[in-house]
Ligand binder design. Structure first.
Ligand SMILES: [Zn+2]
Length: 318
């Protein structure tokens, strides 16, 4: 039987990153260093996700015990896929990727089970904490994060604090419309940023474009689009200009709304590299009021491993 002790001033917390395919859990200190960790397949649809989360936490505690017999923990921080009711720490909605997860009172269940303080937030909000403590956001009071992956996630930090909104859904920056006559979005909106700037949408639009040109190629993925773009391929260049235009419009709007000092761009699309950042900075400059643009940095996200899990744990020191 593994034992652990709650200690409010402890220098360690457990961070858990819950995604559709993997759950990463680790012992993290106040500096964001990972002392040990485990990674489990989520097995969504096969096993209750909350049971899988508990298993991951038990395994980390067991692992941590082997490092030293007296483990003092500050608590458990979770960064989870889905929309999170921040005050209650419950899953308000989740996509079909994790069946049966919506409605889970995650904070209450984990608190009951482990008798430790628990904080639950969404996966992009906790990434913003990683930026604040370890990444480009160090020492920056006002910044926002865009995670360009399967979808487009966002997080907003104002006065050094995450903006949660009325119940925790604040910062859904992927669903700002960049074209009110544009592509219909899964959310019910029209022309959402996500439809142009997610990795999924970049690959899909490229395949559609190639099909229209009579050279259908279903194997084209996001990485292939970037490779073609860097090689000077015309179709890929047109496609990426549209992507940059959408991103630039959205970021210009965010700058006018929030007056941030920094925009952090992460997710798979950020791996398109310097070319993307150089072009994006120009595009944003074209669309932003000069006085508002002054001093705004656009930087890639923290690249260390396990950034979601680290940010999840860092919630305990917020
Ligand atoms: Zn949308």
């Amino acid at each position: 039987m593994v034992t652990y002790t709650y200690e409010p001033l402890a220098d360690y917390a457990i961070g858990v990153d819950v995604g559709g395919t993997k759950i990463n859990a680790g012992l993290v200190n106040a500096q964001g260093e990972v002392l040990c960790m485990v990674s489990l397949a989520t097995l969504a649809g096969e096993v209750r996700t909350v049971d899988r989360i508990q298993q991951a936490i038990h395994e980390v505690i067991a692992e941590a015990q082997s490092l030293g017999p007296d483990l003092f923990l500050k608590g458990i921080g979770v960064g989870s896929a889905g929309q999170i009711d921040w005050a209650s720490g419950s899953i308000r909605s989740a996509s079909d990727i994790i069946p049966g997860y919506a409605g889970t009172a995650l904070k209450d269940i984990l608190h009951e089970h482990f008798q430790l303080p628990v904080i639950v937030d969404n996966d992009v909000n906790v990434l913003a904490l990683t930026e604040k403590h370890l990444g480009a956001g160090r020492g920056v009071e006002h910044f926002l994060c865009l995670a360009l992956g399967t979808g487009v996630g966002g997080a907003l930090v104002v006065d050094g604090q995450l903006v949660h909104g009325a119940w925790g859904g604040g910062g859904e920056l992927g669903h700002i419309s960049v074209d009110f006559r544009g592509i219909p979005c899964v959310c019910g909106g029209i022309g959402c940023l996500e439809q142009y700037a997610s990795g999924t949408s970049i690959a899909r639009r490229m395949r559609e474009k190639l099909a229209r040109m009579g050279i259908a190629d279903d194997s084209v993925d996001t990485r292939e689009v970037f490779a073609r773009w860097h090689a000077g391929d015309l179709a890929a260049n047109e496609l990426m200009q549209e992507t940059l235009s959408a991103l630039g419009s959205a970021i210009a709007s965010f700058i006018h709304m929030f007056n941030p000092a920094l925009i952090v761009i992460g997710g798979g699309v950020a791996e398109a590299g310097d070319h993307l950042f150089t072009e994006l900075r120009k595009e944003v400059a074209r669309k932003t009021m000069p006085a508002m643009l002054d001093g705004v940095r656009i930087e890639p996200a923290y690249r260390g491993n396990w950034s979601g899990m680290i940010g999840a744990a860092l919630q305990l020191w917020e």
